[in-house]
Design a protein around this ligand. Structure first.
Ligand SMILES: *Cc1c(COP(=O)(O)O)cnc(C)c1O
Length: 391
């Protein structure tokens, strides 16, 4: 019998070590709504004692994400930000972080407004430029923080190269893998130390759960993160852990459809005269197209595009019918977001504009609709918006 790991990714996420409950034979992981566990022996406690420290339902998800990312241990948190913030606690006062320029707004807030109060400093760098990354390094640099493709400009960072530089400096590399998931990209295999996820997005996939995950390869580092998860205590509840596992069962088919839809939309938008720029690493003219092909199995289901101006954008939003206009991404329904007022609202306007996140930029996360319906909808909304600039 081949072991589960010898099968393809899509097969092994279904046939994982928790596919059958050993007690009842149930083919769905039981939801253990217990905060505490009876100890049968005063001298030797059982596997579980208190659910902040460990819960069988949460642990099933933690095992699953570890397997999917090729790590030794996974950790589930109450949100993506809880996972990211807890991982930052691996740092100490006096440490310095080199962090990617167009990082997720919440991570930006954490690093600039919270960690600074604890004596942890940072430098932003355009991580597509390895020389810029090297210039940002200080003697006390302990962490390189990567998000690739980045949000919302879909810039691609060379995970292997950054991890190599980090190792040279005795520093860690964290990669936020929310946009691609291990179905498309496996940062630990490229040398990263910690992979982080907002499982709120593609992993759960249905806009119905807020959750975060972290995966570590090195067992000693895993022990440290496990200690921090228990100390800080921002663990994922069991109901939500189950929902994330339910979502993961269809991750591969959902992504396959959504990536194809995103590609189609990217090509359509690129050829439209009201669209100034399309940012999607699956387009041949994307500056890091080759790198994306090399380090990932696909370009993902998220793209951004810049319209002629803000009034065209406003008219487009009023006229487009299918996508929900909302914060977030990675769901069954297509989601259109306005980074300037949503994910990057925490970033000062001049800072935002200087990073290319203009007031006429929209981000699209392709869902499971028929791509031709989406295309038609965008097409009619753009046609109506055209009037805005001709009057
Ligand atoms: C949403 C998101 C986060 C934050 O996750 P939450 O689950 O909202 O706390 C972090 N990184 C990226 C790339 C995200 O899209």
């Amino acid at each position: 019998m081949p072991t589960e790991n010898e099968f393809t990714f899509e097969t092994s996420i279904l046939h994982n070590s928790h596919k059958i409950d050993p007690v009842t034979g149930a083919v769905s992981v039981p939801i253990h709504h217990a905060s505490t566990f009876h100890q049968f022996d005063i001298d030797s406690f059982g596997r579980y004692d208190y659910s902040r420290s460990g819960n069988p339902t949460r642990e099933a998800l933690e095992d699953l994400i570890a397997q999917m990312e090729g790590g030794t241990r996974g950790f589930a948190f109450s949100s993506g930000m809880a996972a990211i913030s807890t991982a930052f606690l691996l740092l100490s006062a006096g440490d310095h972080v080199v962090i990617t320029d167009d990082v997720y707004g919440g991570t930006y807030r954490m690093i600039t407004q919270v960690l600074t109060r604890f004596g942890i400093s940072h430098s932003f760098a355009d991580m597509t430029d390895i020389e810029a990354v090297k210039r940002a390094i200080k003697p006390n640099t302990k962490l390189f923080y990567v998000e690739t493709p980045s949000n919302p400009l879909l810039k691609v960072t060379d995970i292997k190269e950054i991890s190599r530089i980090a190792k040279e400096h005795g520093a860690l590399t964290f990669v936020d893998n929310t946009f691609l998931t291990p179905a498309l990209q496996k940062p630990l295999e490229l040398g990263a130390d910690v992979v982080l996820h907002s499982a709120t997005k593609f992993l759960s996939g249905h806009s119905d759960t807020v959750a975060g995950l972290a995966v570590v390869k090195d067992p000693a580092l895993a022990d440290k993160l496990g200690f921090l998860q228990n100390s800080f205590g921002a663990v994922l509840g069991v109901q939500d852990a189950w929902l994330v596992m339910r979502g993961i069962k269809t991750l591969h088919v959902r992504l396959s459809h959504s990536v194809a839809a995103a590609e189609k939309m990217a090509h359509f938008l690129q050829s439209h005269d009201l669209v100034k720029n399309v940012y999607y690493p699956g387009l041949k003219n994307h500056p890091q197209y080759a790198l994306q092909q090399q380090q990932a199995k696909g370009a993902g289901a998220v793209l951004s595009f810049e319209l002629e101006n803000e009034s065209v954008l406003r008219s487009f939003i009023e006229n487009v019918k299918l996508p929900v206009f909302a914060v977030s991404l990675g769901a069954v329904e297509s989601i259109l977001s306005y980074p300037a007022k949503m994910s990057h609202a925490a970033m000062p306007a001049e800072e935002r504009e200087s990073r290319g996140i203009s007031s006429s930029l929209l981000r699209l996360s392709a869902g499971l609709e028929n791509a031709d319906d989406m295309l038609e909808d965008f097409s009619q909304a753009l046609k109506k918006s055209k009037k805005v600039i001709t009057v």
